[in-house]
Structures are given as C-alpha cells and as structure tokens.
Design a protein around this ligand. Structure first.
Ligand code: NAD
Length: 482
C-alpha cells in the first residue's frame, strides 16, 4: 500500500470550487492516499490587494508538499494585477507544461477520431515574462525573452517524454522565419537535441501552417514542443477539436515542484450553475496521482471516467442527443464516475499506470555557454519624436557629435527610412537611431558620452539597446532595407 502523500489544493474561482469538489469526491471514493492542505488563492486575494493573487505565507504549504492541484483562477484585467498562474509557474520553476489531448470518439462528438497528441509547452519564458513598457504616446512594447538554456530544458523534456511514453515523433512549432534570434534559437536547439534521439522522428513547422494542420489533421502529430504563447494557443485549439475545452488536463512540471490543473479557465459565464464539466481537472488529478506514485488509483479513476463517457452520461458541453443517454450536472457526473469505480471502458483505451513515483527530473545543469567572443559594436537609441519623416529625426540627431559613434541608419517599426534615395513619409513618434563606429569596437563610455550629448540637445531617448557581435556574427537584427 502506498504511503499517504500530502498535497496542496486550491479551489480557485468561477467554476473552480464546483469542479474541485467533484474531483475531490471522486479521489476520496477511489481511496487516493492523499492528505489535503487547502490554500486560498485568486480573486479573494486580489481583492485584499495581493497583486499576484496569493498571500506570502501561502507558499509555505506548496513548499512543504511540492505538489499542487489547482482549479482555474480569474485574473482581474488591467490595474497592475499579475496572473497568479504565471507567477506560480515562474516562482516554482515549472518549466514544462504538458497538455495531452485525445479523442473519445465515438462517445464524444469530434471530427477527429484519431486525435491523440501531447503538447509540451515552454512555461517560463517568451512573452509571458510580462515585461512591458509604454515608450511614447503611441508605442507600447512587450518583451519576448528566450534563453538557450530554457530551450534546451524544454526540448530535452519533450524528447524524454516521448521516449518514456512510447511516442514516436516530436514536432517543433516556431516562427523562426520572422523571429530569427528568439525562435531561431528554439529551432536550432531542437535540431541539435533531436540528433541525440535517433529513434524518435523529428520535424519542424512554422507555427501558422503547423496550427492549420493541427486544426484539420491533428492525427499527423504525436508530441509537439513549442514556446509559451504558441503552446497556450494550440493546446486550446487541440482540446476544443477533441470535443471540448472542458476535457483536457495539464501538468506543470519543474525540478522540485509540480502543479496539476485543467487547461481551461474559470468560465465565469457558467459559474455556480452546476453545469461545468469537471473532466479537465479530473484528468489533471489523474496526472498528479501518476506523478506521486499512485498509478493504481489513477488507473481506477480513468477507467471509471471513460466508462461514464462510453455510457453516454455527459455534461452539457459534450452532450449530443445523437450519442448521449443522459445530461448531467457537475455533481451528478462525479457521482456517476464514482458508481463506475472498478469498471473498465469497453471501446476506449483501458488505462493502466504503474505505481512508481515519477523520478524527480534529472538535475541536468544547464550551463550558460560563454565561449563565443562578445564585442560591443554599436548602439540603437530609440527616440520619441512626433514627426512624419526620418529626415526630421536626422536633422535633429545627426549634427550631434557622437565621437566614435556615427549615425548609420534611422528606422521605425523595423523599416529603414534614413538614409534612402526616395522620400518616404511615416507618421511616428518612435524612431530607432543606429550608431556604429566607422570601424572597430566601442566602449560603454562611448555610449554614455553620446547619451549625455543627446540629453543636452533635448532628444527624448526612451530606450537603449547595445549592439554586440558574437564571434564576429551580428547579435542584432537588421532593419528591413538596411
Ligand atoms: P475559459 O476557459 O474560462 O472559458 C472559455 C469557454 O469555455 C467558456 O464559454 C466556458 O463556459 C467554456 N468552458 C470552460 N471550461 C469549461 C468546463 N469545464 N465545462 C464546460 N464549459 C467550459 O476562458 P475565458 O473565458 O477566456 O477565461 C475566463 C477566466 O479564466 C479569465 O479570468 C482568465 O484569465 C482565466 N484563466 C485561467 C486559467 C487558469 O487558471 N489556469 C487558464 C485560462 C484562463
């Protein structure tokens, strides 16, 4: 008999409490060996002015149990609130978000009877760093941060997942035709690590055509690894086309902690009505049981749940008079699953999990490689000037004596506008002035001297990006037309 494992549980917002009660009822009746510590997070805490939706002492429970089962949380829009989900993923180092989707054809209506895939989504980086700025009256910026070590961690996780779960292919989705540095390194690392797994087929799609194929021929895919934002979008698409966004669970895995949840949100439109489907959270709980070494209980629950689906007992999101036999509410659905504990599905794949606790991820140290020679070769200085041509910007900036630094180009929104032969007008208040020496390297002092001169000339510089070469290769993008 497995030992009692303490877990932390958050009932969440919207439909969260209803679906968690349903899931806890099933876990208790299936005799999961867990001791529950309940924490309060989300809306209640936001209202108490905890801007991340969690009180500082709440982390203690998670630190102790290392495992969290969490209902969805409502993130208040605007007003400086940070998403609790993103805060938790980053604080707990949950770098891998694993989102399986499967078709339950013919018991749940779907146009994709053979859909059976897993999305491995990078969970800590990308636009979810949430670093944003308003530079000018007109222009705002969200930073997309991608590290090589972050790519290495998630890509290796995806290949290891494929090996352990008998999957045959890993597909990378990226947009490296446009974002050559950030998505470029994701794709490059994918190619490097794929070579270490010759038995697993690998392929790459640009995310737009990849998503189109996923939405129309999902059976082409097995494991998909991608960055944070793309992963978020494509996993909702996948869950929805499998039958309902209410079906899929998700595991957020790190080296020391793990968090399990449904992929959907708090669905305020149906909250408190006892109609939400608890299956997504239940599938998250099943992944949790496997993770803590209670595969037998996970097996019993998953089989009972599949039998309930097969028997046509459906919540309203998947209810279809042609296939369903009974429409039930959240509570009643849980009761129907409990009635079937010990039974197996007859057509859907019978679950069978081993009761072995997931080895905590190999503590691979991802070292930052500093072998390339890094050289400071210039600076992009972004300025706020509300004018309609780059010539007006040049007229103000070019006469300033930049010492070693010479104004080479002016661009706006990535398009080079100065110098150019034809006149081109653009209304903008956001201009990038690229300064470089005529030859050789520069120092940080060259840049600060130039900034001092721009300040004296009352040029409102709003952002400074240093330009570096790495082993003589440019570490910065060229503007279109440069
Ligand atoms: P949502 O996933 O909550 O709802 C989208 C649609 O799907 C709604 O029509 C909803 O009724 C339906 N739906 C979702 N779950 C269902 C279920 N279990 N059963 C039946 N129908 C279900 O997405 P949203 O409306 O964009 O977001 C609502 C809130 O949830 C927002 O505040 C958002 O920030 C938050 N959110 C939280 C998480 C999380 O906690 N992990 C994830 C996504 C969104």
């Amino acid at each position: 008999m497995s030992k009692i494992t303490p877990i932390t549980v958050a009932y969440g917002d919207g439909i969260g409490p209803e679906i968690m009660q349903a899931v806890m009822h099933i876990l208790m009746k299936a005799e999961a060996k867990i001791r529950v510590e309940t924490i309060e997070v989300g809306e209640q805490l936001y209202k108490k002015h905890y801007t991340s939706g969690i009180a500082p002492d709440t982390w203690e429970s998670i630190e102790r149990t290392k495992v969290l089962l969490k209902s969805p949380i409502t993130t208040p829009q605007g007003g400086g609130y940070k998403s609790l989900n993103v805060t938790m993923r980053k604080t707990l180092g949950l770098y891998a978000n694993v989102r399986p989707s499967i078709s339950y054809h013919p018991f749940v209506a779907t146009q994709h009877p053979d859909l059976d895939l897993v999305i491995v989504r990078e969970n800590e980086e990308d636009l979810y760093a949430g670093i944003e700025y308003r530079h000018t009256h007109n222009m705002r910026e969200s930073m997309k941060l991608i590290s090589r070590t972050g790519c290495e961690k998630i890509v290796r996780y995806a290949f290891e997942y494929a090996v352990k779960n008998n999957r045959k292919k890993v597909t990378c989705f990226s947009k490296d035709n446009i974002m050559k540095f950030s998505d470029g390194i994701f794709h490059q690392v994918f190619n490097e690590i794929a070579k270490e797994y010759p038995k697993i087929t690998n392929e790459h799609y640009i995310v737009d055509i990849g998503t189109a194929r996923l939405a129309t021929k999902p059976e082409m895919f097995d494991v998909i690894v991608t960055s944070n934002l793309f992963g978020d979008i494509i996993s909702d698409v996948t869950a929805e086309i499998s039958g309902s966004v209410g079906l899929a669970g998700s595991a957020n895995i790190g080296e020391n902690f793990a968090l399990f949840e449904a992929i959907h949100g708090s669905a305020p439109d149906i909250a408190g009505k006892n109609i939400a489907n608890p299956s997504g959270l239940l599938n998250g709980a099943i992944m949790m049981l496997v993770h803590i070494g209670q595969g037998e209980v996970a097996t019993i629950i998953e089989n009972a749940w599949k039998k309930t689906l097969e028997d046509g007992v459906h919540t309203s999101d998947i209810y279809n008079p042609k296939i369903s036999t009974k429409k039930v509410g959240t509570k009643e659905f849980a009761e129907e699953v409990v009635k079937r504990l010990g039974q197996k599905p007859s057509k859907l794949r019978v679950a069978s999990y081993a009761s072995v606790a997931a080895e905590s991820d190999k503590k691979t140290t991802y070292k930052i490689d500093v072998s390339e020679k890094k050289t400071l070769v210039g600076v992009d200085i972004f300025v706020d000037m509300n004018v309609n041509s780059a010539d007006s910007v040049a007229a103000k900036v070019n006469p300033i004596d930049g010492g070693k630094l010479v104004l080479k180009t002016i661009s706006s929104k990535g398009l080079k506008l100065w110098p150019r032969d034809d006149s081109f007008f653009m209304n903008s208040d956001h201009w990038c002035c690229r300064f470089m020496p005529d030859s050789g390297e520069i120092t940080h002092e060259d840049i600060t001297d130039l900034l001092a001169k721009l300040a004296a000339a009352k040029v409102d510089f709003i952002k400074v990006e240093n330009l570096y070469n790495f082993d003589d290769k440019a570490g910065y993008s060229l503007a279109q037309g440069e």
